[in-house]
Design a protein. Structure first.
Length: 487
């Protein structure tokens, strides 16, 4: 049973984690808890020398252990043990994550932590089941493609789901035979640091999982531009992804996986199950207070049922229980920072000033810390930032459409193409509309990822390059060599 705790009593892991040991470094960035706004420490900023130390540790560990060139099943065993340890240490991980993040402690053991352990198990089993191929050539030759790890993979994860995002990056890279240098968000590093400690306890050679703390301009640039890093994987905003692409281009050429922002539509047709649609839509925007790249923030609804759907959404969005993330009764998350909550409110108030109708919320909650009320806006101008920009908060816009053609046209976004939802009882319509929507993931009569780790995730347009999860993520961490032998 998940219990409440006092964050001030936690012995949080501090400093970088390199070659299996914590490395002290001077704190530079102030850290604040979003639940109460309290300052509780400072994060170091790994400079180019510290990143170089981590890359060297990864290369040395690969050479000494034979991790990427030995018996693949050995990688499977170590990763499976790591997943078991993560589940066994769920209470500690949950506390480290909840202490400074937006994730309520009650949601973590059976949610983020259990899912992360299963993702590691999924990739662990790929280590000895995916590999090189013989290819058809003339009889006098032998042709093959040989898969190889890159060596050291650089990874950067966001603050909104620290543990889950670390699992997305670490599990496929390690299963594929690489070492990793990972930078978590400077706001939420602690569960990732402890996860790295557990990797060594599980038998993964020290130095294969290295965690460096810091910001994007210094530490992130040092990782993405490092010549010893063979591939980069990043999850975060589209703007940050563009900056990473530029930094890689300035310093050379290397493959990258970018899972970026979204402004995802949820299309509700007149024949939809309205209660199901309302449940899914409300849950998608209140989960983590809308701080998720997949948040379905644009509700497109058939005009004849718009009022009925709005009534249901208002009821469901009112059902939230804000509180500190370390209180086991809390169900609704805070916003990560004062700066972000000010941005959310600024976008909402600008939309209202332009004539939008407030159906729910549209204000900060009267609660310590940084909490924003679940918000539903109607009549928003099509060019309003509330419709066009990724808000990263609990804000829905409700837009009516006349027919299927208009719904598809409204769903299309000039910038983003991460996810979409479709609610209808007409399977033919669902599949027809799905084909026309430019998005990397489409959910039908549901909204949100499942625990089917075989399904990859990643966006179209400026929502990303490449895929996380699924077989695609494993293969993205290996490079292919062609071999032709004359017999």
């Amino acid at each position: 049973m998940t219990r409440s705790f006092d964050p001030d009593t936690l012995d949080l892991p501090r400093g970088h984690f390199i070659a299996g040991e914590h490395v002290a470094d001077r704190g530079r960035l102030a850290m604040h808890r979003p639940s109460d706004g309290a300052a509780f420490g400072e994060s170091p900023v790994a400079d180019a020398d510290m990143v170089d130390r981590a890359v060297a540790a990864g290369r040395a560990a690969l050479a000494a252990s034979g991790w990427g060139c030995g018996v693949p099943r050995d990688r499977t065993r170590a990763l499976l043990k790591w997943a078991d340890l993560i589940e066994a240490e769920a209470e500690t991980l949950a506390r480290f994550e909840a202490a400074c993040s937006t994730r309520p402690v009650v949601q973590l053991p059976a949610g983020d932590i259990a899912v992360t352990a299963e993702q590691i198990r999924f990739f662990a089993e790929m280590a000895d089941k995916e590999g090189s191929d013989l290819v058809p050539t003339r009889d006098a030759s032998l042709g093959m493609t040989v898969d190889e790890p890159y060596g050291v993979v650089g990874a950067i994860t966001p603050w909104n789901f620290p543990l889950s995002m670390a699992g997305w990056k670490l599990a496929p890279a390690l299963a594929a035979g690489n070492a990793v240098v990972l930078k978590p968000s400077e706001m939420t590093p602690f569960s990732t640091l402890y996860m790295a400690e557990l990797s060594v306890r599980a038998g993964i050679p020290a130095g294969l999982v290295n965690v460096v703390l810091g910001d994007g301009p210094v530490t992130g640039n040092a990782i993405t531009g490092h010549p010893g890093i063979g591939k980069v994987s990043f999850t975060g905003s589209t703007g940050a992804g563009q900056a990473i692409m530029g930094n890689i281009a300035r310093n050379g050429v290397k493959p990258m996986t970018l899972e970026l922002g979204g402004k995802s539509p949820q299309i509700v047709f007149a024949d939809a199950d309205l209660d199901l649609a309302a449940d899914c839509i409300a849950r998608s925007i209140t989960f983590n207070a809308g701080q998720a790249c997949v948040a379905g923030s644009r509700v497109l609804v058939a005009a004849e049922i718009a009022e009925a759907l709005a009534e249901r959404l208002i009821v469901r969005m009112a059902d939230h229980r804000p509180g500190t993330t370390w209180d086991a009764e809390t169900q609704y998350s805070p916003i990560i920072s004062e700066r972000q909550i000010a941005r959310i409110d600024g976008i909402v108030q600008a939309a209202v000033a332009q004539g939008a109708e407030v159906l729910a919320g549209a204000a900060r909650l009267d609660h310590p810390g940084w909490f924003y009320a679940p918000t539903l806006l109607a009549g928003v101008a099509p060019d309003s930032p509330a419709v066009t920009e990724e808000i990263f908060g609990p804000v829905l816009t409700l837009e009516p459409f006349a027919d299927e053609e208009q719904a598809v046209a409204m769903a299309d976004h000039p910038t983003y193409g991460l996810c979409a939802g479709i609610f209808t009882r007409d399977l033919s319509r669902a599949l027809r509309v799905m084909r026309r929507i430019e998005a990397g993931t489409v959910w039908i009569n549901r909204y949100g990822r499942s625990r089917d780790h075989i399904l990859p995730t990643g966006g179209y347009k400026s929502s990303g390059i490449g895929k996380d999860l699924g077989r695609a993520a494993y293969h993205a961490n290996r490079r292919q060599k062609s071999v032709l032998i004359d017999l």
